[in-house]
Design a protein around this ligand. Sequence first.
Ligand code: MLT
Length: 258
Amino acid sequence: MKSTRQLKVDVYFTPAHLDEMQLKDKNIVVVDVLRASTTIATALCNGAKEIIPVSTVESVVKISGSLFGDVTLRAGERNAKMIEGFNLGNSPLEYTEEVVRGKSIIFMTTNGSAAMVKGRHAKNLVVAGFVNLSAVVEFLAELHNDFIIVCAGKESNFCLEDSVCAGKIISKLDTVIDDNLILNDAAVATVTLEKTIGKGVLKMLRNSEHGKLLSEMGFEGDLKVCAEIDSLSVLPVMTGNVLRLHKGSKQPSQTDAK
Ligand code: MLT
C-alpha cells in the first residue's frame, strides 16, 4: 500500500519555454533518446573522462582551444550530421572505447545538449534514455524528492520518443517507491503514452519523426541501440558544466569491453 507522502513530478515536453532560473536548484532529468542521451551514456560507459555539453559551435571552438588537443574531442551534429572540423558526430556507434577512453568530449547537439546547458544550475541533473532507464529510476528512488523531467523534444516541439521514455521512468519509479506521485498534466500524458505505444520501443522509434529521418539518413542501426532498455548501467550526472559518471555506475573493464 502507498504511504501518504507525496512526491511532485513535472514533465516539460520541450525546454523551449524554460529558462535557467526556473531549473535552478531543482532536480532535473534530461531526456533525449534520439540520440544525445544515448550517445552520452555510451561514451561514458566506454571510458570517456567527461562530456562538456554546450549549445553553440562557437562554445565548442572556444572550449577546445583552451584544452589539450590530444585529449579533447569535438563532437555533435547539426541536422543529424557531423559538423565540419569536428572529430565525431552524434551516433552512439562512433563512441567506441578505442575512440573515447580518457577523452574530454565537447558535445553540441541541436536539442539535447541545449537542454542540458539550460539545467546547469540545477541541484542535480542526470541524463536519461531507454538505455539507462533503471539507473535513472534507482537514482530518483534514492533521491526521494520532487523532480522535473525535461524532454529535449525536436526544435522546440513535442517529440514522441522522449515523452514515452519520460512515461516509462515515472511508471517504473511508481512501482519501486511508496510515495504518491503527484503528476502535472504533461506527466499524466507521458504515462498514458507509455502504456500504449511504449510497449514496443523500437517500433515506436521507427514511427517517430526523428526516427524516420535518421533511418532515411542511414542511421537505422542507431535506432536499435537507442531502443535497448537497460543495456547500460550508467548514470551521467552534471557537476558544474561537466557530465561524468555517477559513482554507482558500472563501467565495463577494459578487458570486458573488448
Ligand atoms: C539532438 O540533440 O538534437 C539529437 O540528438 C539530434 C540527433 O539525432 O543527432
